[in-house]
Design a protein around this ligand. Structure first.
Ligand SMILES: [Zn+2]
Length: 174
């Protein structure tokens, strides 16, 4: 079982969303990506971590690797500082990607207690172009005070990563 984990954005080039304390999405995505990869490798999955600037290169790397599953990790951002919670995207509903998204979403909501914004469709390049089940996880809103505090906390990032990894194993064992 080969799984590609993509940390969204690229530190030093594309920060992604930025929190009120200056916390940068790309750095958080990198850390959670590495933690998810470690959890999945510990249960013998073959994992590729990829975080690069060009979206095309992400999808190409995933295809070259021969991915069975693709997971992109992001933090959400909004001009509305009240917006908070977790949402997981797939390109279309009704297939394996939605099932994977639902497993990951449930684990995060159950274990982190973030606001459940649900599983949604999203026309993201990395989802549209993937040839395997593919999801994009918006872990929490870096632009919301309480969500940003979660993302800034190393222990909570570890819990986000564990929840995403358990979502994968739930998906595969169902
Ligand atoms: Zn992002």
């Amino acid at each position: 079982m080969k799984i590609t984990i993509n940390g969204g954005h690229y530190p030093g080039h594309d920060s992604g969303a930025v929190g009120r304390t200056g916390l940068q999405e790309a750095d958080i995505n990198l850390d959670i990506m590495a933690k998810v990869a470690n959890f999945l490798r510990a249960v013998s999955f073959d994992v590729l971590e990829v975080q690069v600037n060009a979206l095309r290169h992400i999808v190409d790397a995933s295809k070259e690797f021969g991915s069975d599953l693709f997971i992109s990790i992001h933090c959400n951002g909004s001009y509305d500082a009240e917006a908070q919670g977790t949402e997981t995207f797939c390109y279309t509903l009704g297939g394996e990607s939605e099932r994977l998204a639902a497993c990951i979403q449930k684990q995060i909501i159950d274990h982190l207690g973030t606001v459940d914004r649900g599983v949604k469709t999203g026309n993201f390049y990395v989802l549209r172009m993937s040839e395997c089940p593919a999801v994009l996880v918006e872990t929490a809103f870096i632009t919301n005070e309480s969500d940003e505090a979660l993302l800034a906390d190393e222990v909570k990032r570890d819990e986000f990563a564990a929840a995403i990894a358990r979502g994968v194993t739930d998906y595969l064992s169902a």
